[in-house]
Design a binder for this molecule. Sequence first.
Ligand code: CP
Length: 310
Amino acid sequence: MFIHKNLLGTKSLSNDAITTILDTADSFKEISTRPIKKVPALRGKTIINLFFEPSTRTRTSFEIAGKRLSADVINISGPSSSSVKGENLIDTALNLEAMHPDIMVVRHALSGASEMISQHVKCPIINAGDGFHEHPTQALLDLHTIREAKGSLEGLNITIVGDIAHSRVVRSNIYAMKTMGMNVKLIGPPTMIPQGIDKMGVSVGYDFEGVIHDTDVIMMLRLQKERQSRYLLSSIREYSNLYCLTSKVLEKAKDDVLIFHPGPVNRGIEISPDIMRSKRSLILTQVTNGVAVRMALMYLLLGGKNDTSN
Ligand code: CP
């Protein structure tokens, strides 16, 4: 059973809730391979995508997910909204709600923006990424992709590498992966690993090559230069020397290790292009699975049972 009204983060999701989302996504995935990629599950429903930050994957994925379930999907980007005339975020949300959407999907640079909106409007809110805080649907699609490749999640070791401090993807993944019984190791430059993050039940290290021998999944993160208030690296070249995933680093890993990156990728800085193309890379599978996971989530938030036969 799925009892949540909103999806603001993964912190509040139980093992059962995550399993329900992943199982429902499994049953929706096949729809995207049909010649007619549409089912009537959300016919007559209206979804508003409200994006105040750039996005390629998440915004498109929510739009495709909504349309594959026959919902009407409206996209609003920050620069084309009345926020540029001075309207505040709550007023924007209240005005959109006055047109009776069934779900609002929100991306914003402000940590807590989705939660703030959820306190003012009645319709379900999905957090599509808020500042450094959370990006729950990214974590759910990551879990779906790992489970699909490995069969289960319990007991798997994941190493997440790079700009931990600025990553909302990391926070959502830590909560969800710990709930699902995975072991999480964080690796990056000391300036990019927040003090006290080990209290989230993860281990922390700085030596990438030294720790990957027993990992089942390596997740590389983007260097988020746009979120850094001061420059935290002596040089990009030094960062790449220590933390770029290359074939030389990968020699130290298991033969069946899986490689993930949430995107967008800085090619050659976090990960070398040949590794992105290798059979161990599931970067584009993550994107494919994002559609099924977002279909599942919107369906469940709107009261759907785990029956997608229609
Ligand atoms: N992974 C992710 O959030 O990508 P976008 O910024 O393109 O949506």
